[in-house]
Design a protein around this ligand. Structure first.
Ligand code: PEP
Ligand code: MG
Length: 324
């Protein structure tokens, strides 16, 4: 199987019906970057920046972060890297920050909420990213945006940081794209102007699913209970695809489900065109994707929905068996 995947590494992922699907990889360490080449990923759809903060016993310095981000961009050789700003709280607790005893940390003070309430850390990180880019294009996304003002406030921090860098005489990127992660159901219903103004959206399926089903992603008792291919969830994700299409907003999906071949196929069938996953998943996802006609698969999903099935999975599996 590994050889089979190696043989399609340089092949663009095009489905049997001719749809071009972009396959990116998730990363979080410098050590992940060689996988960009070996997996055939088109870019880094999600660079999680928490690890550099989690592995130390004190806050990393701006110069250290800038050096690391610059090495990441160097190693990407011009491929796009979506840097996600610090996403701490909930399951990711910084050793040097006073833990705050929250009864529901997943619903608590986390990610962009911390970033906006303690803007010093976010400003430092944005400055490190701008310095690392050295004038090269830069892509940044903010985690866990639940309502409009959080995105606007985060973007204003970026604007202020850019202005400051200019004043200091540092080169700023020729092109900056600012996106948001869609991880709370609320953001799917943001006003149209949000979809028009955001440069791109990335569905954080791990969190989105957790909040859609009110089922803790860390809790073994409940986390497997609700299927990603449950018709309710597929309908919801399809609604996000439709809203993005209305405003030409680039959309990707970067939760773990993007790396599960059957889930990836169904996401593509309901309209996703960019998926970001673990590097090891790119081969298997691409291999299966290239054999499937998305219109046929979409018809299978629609029929399951029309029949009132709880999940599209049995019908999808039956359809895939028929391909052999
Ligand atoms: C997600 O929530 O799907 C996601 C990609 O972010 P993380 O897993 O880091 O929360
Ligand atoms: Mg998340």
């Amino acid at each position: 199987a590994l050889e089979r995947y190696a043989s399609i590494r340089e092949t663009a992922c095009v489905t049997a019906c001719g749809s071009r699907i972009h396959l990116n990889m998730n990363a979080g360490l410098m050590a992940d970057l060689p996988s960009l080449e070996s997996s055939g990923a088109e870019g880094v759809g999600l660079f999680r920046t928490e690890l550099q903060f989690l592995v130390r016993n004190q806050m990393p310095k701006r110069t250290e972060l800038a050096a690391l981000y610059a090495r990441v961009l160097d190693a990407a050789h011009g491929k796009r890297v979506n840097f996600r700003t610090l996403d701490i709280g909930s399951d990711k607790v910084l050793p040097y920050m006073k833990p705050n005893d929250e009864p529901n940390p997943a619903l608590g003070w986390r990610a962009i909420r911390v970033g906006l309430d303690r803007p010093g850390v976010m400003r430092m990180q944005l400055q490190a990213l701008l310095r690392a880019a050295q004038g090269r294009p830069l892509t940044v996304m903010f985690p866990f945006i639940a309502q409009l003002d959080e995105f606007y406030a985060a973007r204003a921090e970026m604007d202020k940081t850019i202005a400051r860098e200019r004043r200091l005489g540092h080169p700023v990127p020729e092109k900056i794209e600012i996106g948001a992660m869609l991880e709370t159901p609320s953001l799917a219903y943001a006003p149209r102007r949000f979809f028009e103004e955001v440069d791109f959206l990335s569905i954080g399926g791990n969190d989105l699913k957790q909040f859609f089903y009110a089922a803790d992603r860390e809790n073994e008792r409940v986390r497997r209970r609700y299927d990603t291919l449950n018709c309710c969830f597929l309908t919801f994700v399809e609604e996000i695809v439709t809203r993005c299409a209305q405003t030409d907003t680039p959309l990707s999906f970067c939760g773990e489900d993007a790396g599960r071949p059957i889930e990836a196929l169904c996401l593509a069938a309901i309209g996703l065109r960019t998926l970001s996953m673990r590097p090891a998943s790119i081969g298997p996802v691409k291999h299966l994707m290239m054999r499937v006609d998305l219109a046929d698969l979409k018809a299978v999903i629609d029929a399951a929905r029309d029949e009132g099935a709880q999940s599209a999975r049995p019908a999808v599996i039956e359809y895939l068996r028929g391909l052999d």
